[in-house]
Design a protein around this ligand. Structure first.
Ligand code: ATP
Ligand code: MG
Length: 283
């Protein structure tokens, strides 16, 4: 039996459930529960507060967790980060009011900084030999300067629009973060088979999300030219069409190269280009 923690509600919830579902791990009972069984798989999901997850993971109450890297760092949890999941990207940054004079990190000397990330911030300030006063608050950190609670803030930023709306300017990036799957250190050896199976499934899902299945028709005399353009896994599948002198090419391409490749093959005479999402990629 493997126990997996996910955030019980909040920014990570939907994508965590979605990832598990794509891995064939479907949850048996609904929201509002503390834990749920997985259908036809030897696993349970625990719904926990984000900020509690690192401790539960370190203590072995759960074996695996989907969690923001930033929380593991802040809690200084002794756990193993197994794999980045590519969602909930954000950074932990220091921001100051736009009318405050700021030249470099030394400008924060003697200032009061509001944050929910005191450990990470303290380490960063110490490394830079800056003495500042930390004011620890658990939410709505960005309003602290406006209400006179602090001179600056240290908080998570993704688009930067919250900072902008509150008249704050991002000055220093302390760390970059994304959602990861992390493991309890002993579980890695004691439950290696189940953990390997789950990682294998996650990798297949992530890989599939980055790739597209593409098929198109091409005159036979262009097959070689077009094959040279396609960054294929092995070599493309070529099937003859009933219409003499034409073939259909099937292959998988990376999302990154996508438009580039489409433009080039179109120029070479490709027709009827179809692009399909891939459910899973087992390599
Ligand atoms: P709890 O579950 O304890 O209430 P929380 O309030 O930190 O935790 P959320 O605000 O839902 O929970 O954030 C969860 C995670 O989402 C963060 O720890 C971070 O990894 C990620 N995240 C991504 N972008 C942002 C952002 N712009 N602001 C805050 N968190 C972000
Ligand atoms: Mg919260």
């Amino acid at each position: 039996m493997i126990k997996i923690a996910i955030q019980k509600s909040g920014r990570l919830y939907d994508e965590s459930i979605d990832l598990l579902r794509k891995c064939g791990l479907k949850i048996d009972n609904g929201k509002g529960q503390l834990k749920a069984k997985i259908k036809h798989y030897d696993a349970e999901v625990f719904f926990l507060r984000n900020s509690d997850i690192p401790q539960y993971l370190e203590d072995g109450i759960v074996d695996l967790a989907i969690i923001g890297e930033n929380v593991i760092t802040e809690k200084q949890a002794n756990v193993t980060n197994l794999l980045g999941l590519g969602f909930s990207q954000c950074r932990l940054s220091i921001a100051t009011p736009k009318d405050m004079a700021y030249t470099d990190i030394k400008s924060l000397e003697g200032k009061k900084i509001a944050t929910s990330y005191p450990n990470t911030l303290r380490t960063f300030l110490d490394e830079n030999n800056v003495n500042a006063d930390l004011h620890i608050i658990s939410g709505s950190v960005e309003i602290a300067p406006n209400i006179g609670l602090a001179d600056a803030i240290c908080d998570l930023v993704s688009s930067g629009s919250t900072l902008f709306k509150n008249g704050l300017v991002e000055q220093e990036i302390i760390l970059e973060s994304e959602a990861v799957i992390a493991a309890n250190n002993s579980a890695i050896s004691e439950k290696s088979e189940l953990i390997e199976d789950i990682l294998f499934r996650i990798r297949a899902v992530l890989k599939a999300e980055n790739n597209r299945y593409i098929l198109f028709n091409i005159p036979d005399d262009k097959i070689e030219t077009v094959s040279g353009i396609l960054p294929v896994l092995k070599s493309p599948t070529v099937l003859p069409l009933i219409e003499e002198g034409w073939s259909s090419i099937h292959t998988v391409i990376n999302q990154k190269d996508f438009w580039n490749v489409i433009s080039k093959i179109k120029k070479e005479g490709a027709q009827g280009i179809l692009v399909l999402p891939i459910e899973n990629m087992i390599l």
